[in-house]
Design a protein around this ligand. Structure first.
Ligand code: AMP
Length: 468
């Protein structure tokens, strides 16, 4: 199928063609006709599938006729992180270049005054992180009764970051008569119930099985002794044909330590994590995307969903504690059909986390070895759980109990202690803390609602009407 068969306007087709795309990706082919018909959509798709262009171009066409009144946006796109919100704003500029729609990007860490001025002039498309949107709403700077199209993007990430109560509040402020497009990389039961609450008779589209890493990424696992990890990374980078690479660490502190160490060893590297000021985050990312920096040491929060054209390598310096983070990490490469390469460094005690990843992706990650470094087997500790709390300050998973807290769990989670200038740091679109991860939940472990803190929204108690 060609884009021209999708019923998009000539202006959009021109912009799409200038962006270099001729054939829609499966999510675009399946979602665009339903979006155009005004139907709700429940899309199970991860970034890298062309998800953004499955809703941005038809939205532009649908909004083309009217104009946003002062402080009353006509459409709203909610994104969990500032970087993702900025990425969507760039997509609007690309696909909307032949339209005269106005857009505002409301993200934390940037001036309220500029954002308020834009809102005052009237916007057709509002792209926001939940916290900043609620802040502006609370100050009376924005009215939401004109929103006719709502996009909730990366819903599973919203859940992980504890934003769902905010999203729920925002949806409660919108008109009931609206079109809702809801996207999530994975569809755990909490997300399905959420979708059931927000959507009305949605068209369900799933383009890749949840949690399947792109087929175009060639993966390797290297098991080394803890003292050899950095050396292993240096050797890998030197021996591979690395054009540009993301290097993931589990903790922000390690992102800084590792990037300093890489710089000392002569590598062209910068760090990206949620504790950095927004201006620095944006600049660092720009420089990396422009090819001015070759290596970017990053945390999961900062790098989630980033679309970096032609990223050649992903290195997991740490085995992620939660298997799905592995899928998101390596999914930064091998995008849009290009070949990518990923390496994960593990130490023997990562055995359990590695097997959880392999179970999730349904295959064994091929083992590699590094010349000059001793090979070390993974070590399984019978009965021992190595699951610490989520590094982004999420509350514990159901299986987490204070009895099996491993040593790492005592470390500060990635965003612990982060405070921003607003009354609620979570509202800045940055990461959040939803309680002390080591404190057993009030009602015991089994009824914890992941990502909701102590708040159990009413819809979670309801039975889902549909499943994917
Ligand atoms: P997304 O999943 O929206 O983050 O998009 C992933 C990448 O695919 C981005 O670099 C897009 O520019 C690119 N892309 C989007 N649509 C197409 C298409 N139809 N053909 C090829 N690449 C595309």
């Amino acid at each position: 199928m060609a884009f021209s068969e999708l019923g998009l306007s000539p202006e959009i087709l021109q912009a799409v063609s200038e962006a270099g795309y001729t054939t829609p990706t499966p999510i675009q082919e399946q979602a665009i006709p339903h979006v155009q018909l005004g139907r709700d959509v429940l899309g199970c798709a991860q970034t890298g599938t062309g998800k953004t262009a499955s809703f941005v171009p038809p939205m532009i066409d649908m909004l083309a006729a009217g104009r946003g009144r002062a402080r009353m946006p006509r459409s709203l796109i909610l994104e969990p992180t500032r970087e993702l919100a900025s990425q969507i704003a760039s997509a609007f500029e690309v696909y909307g270049k032949y339209h005269r729609l106005t857009m505002a990007l409301l993200i934390g860490g940037e001036s309220f005054t500029d954002q308020e001025k834009k809102l005052d002039r009237g916007v057709d498309v509002l792209i926001a992180t939940p916290g900043r949107l609620l802040d502006l709403y609370g100050r009376g700077k924005i009215l939401l009764q004109d929103v006719r199209i709502l996009v909730i993007d990366e819903a599973d990430r919203m859940l992980d970051m504890g934003f769902i109560p905010d999203v729920e509040r925002i949806v409660g402020l919108l008109p009931k008569e609206r079109q809702t497009l809801f996207f999530s990389a994975t569809m755990p039961p909490e997300i399905k119930r959420l979708a059931d609450f927000f959507l009305s008779d949605p068209k369900e589209i799933a383009v890749t099985p949840p949690a399947s890493p792109a087929e175009t990424v060639k993966q390797s696992l290297l098991v080394v002794g803890p003292a050899d990890k950095r050396e292993a990374l240096f050797r890998l980078i030197r021996s591979e044909d690395v054009k540009n690479a993301l290097i993931f660490c589990n903790r922000k502190r390690d992102v800084d330590l590792l990037s300093r160490s890489l710089a000392r060893h002569g590598f062209d590297v910068a760090a990206l994590h949620g504790d950095m000021a927004q201006a620095r985050r944006t600049l660092t990312l720009e420089r990396f995307k422009n090819g001015e920096i070759r290596l970017l040491a990053a945390s999961d929060v900062a790098a989630r969903g980033l679309d970096i054209a032609g990223l050649s390598h992903v290195f997991c310096f740490d085995v992620p504690h939660h298997a799905e983070d592995y899928v998101h990490r390596i999914g930064r490469t091998g995008r849009a059909g290009r070949e990518g390469r990923s390496f994960m460094l593990a130490v023997p005690e990562d055995a359990k986390a590695v097997s959880a990843i392999e179970k999730l992706i349904g295959r064994e990650i091929p083992r590699g070895r590094i010349d000059g470094l001793a090979e070390t087997p993974l070590e399984f500790v019978p009965g021992g759980s190595r699951l610490p709390p989520r590094v982004e300050g999420r509350p514990p998973r159901k299986s987490f109990s204070s009895q099996n807290v491993p040593r790492q769990a005592k470390r500060r989670p990635e965003n612990e202690g982060q405070r921003e200038k607003t009354s609620d740091p979570r509202r800045e679109g940055g990461p959040t803390i939803t309680g002390n991860p080591q404190t057993p939940r009030r009602n015991g472990d089994t009824d914890a609602a992941v990502g909701f803190g102590d708040h159990l929204p009413a819809f979670l108690a309801r039975r889902p009407k549909h499943t994917l």
